[in-house]
Ligand binder design. Structure first.
Ligand code: PGA
Length: 246
């Protein structure tokens, strides 16, 4: 069965002091639950030192190359050496603002896997594609490209995040039915790319304006295994309520 998980994506937010306070608040309210937080590169070391085994730490990006003369870039090995266990790859904000494409996304996934870091692979359509009705073939293309050359063993523990671009940071969430339709489609696609076991084992989480008020309905859907949470993950109380909803 697929693992249920709520993942925080802090994006380019928090100073180091704010990050420490947020982690302290999360630890206080987490109880028996667990979560993953994807923090800015600069916070990885400090956050890793103060979390306990209920909180796994991830990054939000990595370089598609292994090492060498790539000024300003961060490699999968560097992330691994700081204890990062997860990395967000192919977020629409990176595709839009930093020219990432299906090819770089695939290369980054392979780099992550080389260092035993679990990729959280993002896909999702624009508003135009949603309105044109062409969103499912588009998402199929993104996932096929992302997973090209990724074998079953590596795919099994990878996480897919379906994040419709029109719902990210807009306050507008896909309805539970809209999200479930795409999640079921992705599950079926994974079955055809790999097999039944892989499709059932992989977590498919939803992202896009997830908040305490809509989390429960989303999580009740058969193929929604959790959430990738942006804005609401910066508020400990909201984030904890979403985790509780799961
Ligand atoms: P949001 O972001 O929850 O602020 O919409 C989600 C994401 O981009 O991962």
């Amino acid at each position: 069965m697929s693992k249920k998980v709520v993942i925080g994506n802090w994006k380019m937010n928090t100073t180091i002091d704010e990050a420490i306070n947020l982690v302290i608040d999360l630890k206080e309210g987490l109880g028996d639950n667990s979560t993953i937080i994807c923090v800015p590169y600069t916070h990885l070391g400090v956050v890793q030192e103060i979390v306990d085994d209920r909180i796994a730490v991830g990054a939000q990006n990595l370089c598609q190359y292994e090492n060498g003369a790539y000024t300003g870039e961060i490699s999968s090995q560097m992330l691994q050496s700081l204890g990062a266990e997860f990395v967000v790859i192919g977020h629409s904000e990176r595709r839009t603002h930093f020219n990432e494409n299906d090819e770089t996304v695939n290369a980054k996934i392979k780099q992550a896997l080389l260092s035993d870091i679990v990729p959280i692979i993002c896909c999702g359509e624009s508003l135009n594609l949603r309105q044109s009705g062409e969103y499912l073939p588009f998402i199929e293309g993104q996932i096929k490209a992302a997973l090209g050359g990724v074998d079953k063993k590596a795919a099994l523990d990878s996480i897919i995040a379906y994040e419709p671009i029109w719902a990210i940071g807009t306050g507008e969430t896909a309805s539970a039915d809209q999200a479930q339709e795409v999640h079921a489609f992705i599950r079926k696609l994974l079955r055809s790319l790999y097999d039944e076991e892989t499709a059932n084992h992989m977590s498919i989480v939803y992202g896009g304006s997830v908040k305490p008020s809509n989390a429960t309905e989303l999580f009740q859907q058969k193929d929604i295994d959790g959430a990738l949470v942006g804005g609401a993950s910066l508020n400990a109380s909201d984030f904890l309520q979403i985790i509780n909803a799961l």
